[in-house]
Design a protein around this ligand. Structure first.
Ligand SMILES: [Zn+2]
Length: 390
């Protein structure tokens, strides 16, 4: 085992995790009445590998056992750590702590094909079955014809894919396509499916604007790591970074960016929602908005007008133009509120503003910021919830 846990002086529950004498993260461990409550975090560390994450969880479990625990409850929102814990035999639904009896926690099955299946068809079934275990009803997608498959391979930039179909209402589906790689994290796929299905159930009339969710490198921004997601308004699909579903690229995504222009930061969702939920909500809003504007253009303008009024200006466009020192003072203060209550990225333009507003409204837990709450009210008025029809 390469991970060493060291006590942190003055903090009896806290352990520092080190790999080859480099600090890589921390573990919080509390054992009461045979139950170990464990939490962990990993820092962006050069050279960090997914095996280190597995070893970190194992080391924490060993420490819990020494402390007299016979059961472990793992409180952690990092997909990477949860994936490692699941590989070791901890289990549980999405967005809740994982649990296991301590004696059932063991070495992971060796990376390879025994569990995932030896051919693509078996691996597709494996992914679908794993999603079902995580509470997301899915079926393996029928393999596409060879020409279509070649086109997908060439355009996605990730080689062969595993595709599953998620039915979010009777007869209404979308597909999720992930790279066929040994380091797939099914929980990232399941969260994506879960959030997308919930959004579609809320906006059934706009759901046809997204028939496919691709984890790939189809777009330049995804390839370079600049964006976590891209909505393609001309076709019914969104593209998300493979960092949400593969350990290698998740670790890469954690590292501070060394090249290129820094991206202005987007909004962080409230727990238990995590970055993948937030990005799915953001990209789906682009599709929903363009679908409803195609039918009701005036409604889109009215939405931006009303959000603008909440910010003290006539329209959201004035708020995003408020960065200029020559802008009227009301525009400047609206701009500052948008950046503070939503995110710096929301000030990019009005479309990004509404996508960021939607994301915070969707991924909320407790009362959101005033402008987010107002946006949610407006959405509920203009696009009231209804039962799905085809
Ligand atoms: Zn966007």
């Amino acid at each position: 085992m390469t991970v060493e846990l060291r006590p942190v002086p003055g903090h009896p529950d806290l352990l520092e995790a080190r790999v080859h004498d480099v600090e890589v993260g921390a573990v919080r461990l509390e054992v009461t009445g045979g139950l170990a409550r464990m939490a962990a975090q990993v820092d962006p560390t050069p050279g960090l590998e997914s095996q280190d994450i597995v070893d970190l969880v194992l080391a924490a479990v060993a420490r819990a056992k020494e402390g007299g625990a016979n059961e472990v409850e793992f409180h952690c929102e990092s997909l990477l750590l949860r994936h490692a814990a699941r590989q070791l035999g901890l289990g549980g639904a999405l967005r809740v702590p994982l649990r296991a009896r301590i004696d059932d926690i063991g070495r992971p099955t060796p990376a390879g094909t025994t569990v995932r299946g030896s051919d693509q068809r078996a691996r597709r079934s494996w992914l679908s079955a794993t999603l079902n275990e995580l509470g997301v009803a899915s079926t393996p997608a029928r393999p596409s014809r060879s020409l279509g498959r070649l086109a997908t391979r060439l355009s996605g930039g990730v080689g062969d894919t595993l595709d599953v179909v998620v039915e979010w209402a009777p007869g209404r589906t979308f597909t999720i396509s992930v790279p066929d790689r040994p380091d797939i994290m099914p929980e990232g796929v399941a969260l994506t499916a879960d959030t997308a299905a919930a959004v579609f159930r809320r906006f059934p009339d706009q759901a046809n604007a997204t028939k496919a969710i691709h984890f790939d490198k189809a777009e330049h921004g995804l390839k370079s790591g600049r964006y976590a997601g891209v909505a393609q308004l001309s076709v019914p699909s969104i593209h998300l970074t493979i960092g949400f579903v593969t350990t290698e690229f998740f670790i890469q995504m954690m590292q501070p960016r060394s090249t290129g222009t820094p991206r202005s930061s987007s909004a962080r969702p409230s727990s238990p929602y995590i970055a993948v939920d937030a990005t799915v909500a953001h990209e789906l809003w682009h599709q929903i908005e363009s679908a409803f504007e195609a039918r009701h253009y005036a409604l889109g303008m009215e939405l931006r007008h009303q959000v603008g009024l909440e910010l003290g200006v006539q329209t959201l466009e004035h708020a995003v133009k408020g960065a200029s020192p020559k802008a009227p003072p009301a525009w400047q203060s609206a701009y500052r509120r948008l950046a503070a209550e939503v995110s710096p990225y929301a000030t990019t333009n009005a479309r990004e503003a509404t996508a960021e507003l939607f994301k915070l409204w969707w991924c909320r837990n407790g009362p959101p910021a005033p402008v987010v709450a107002r946006f949610g009210e407006l959405v509920d008025q203009m696009l009231p919830p209804k039962a799905p029809t085809d």
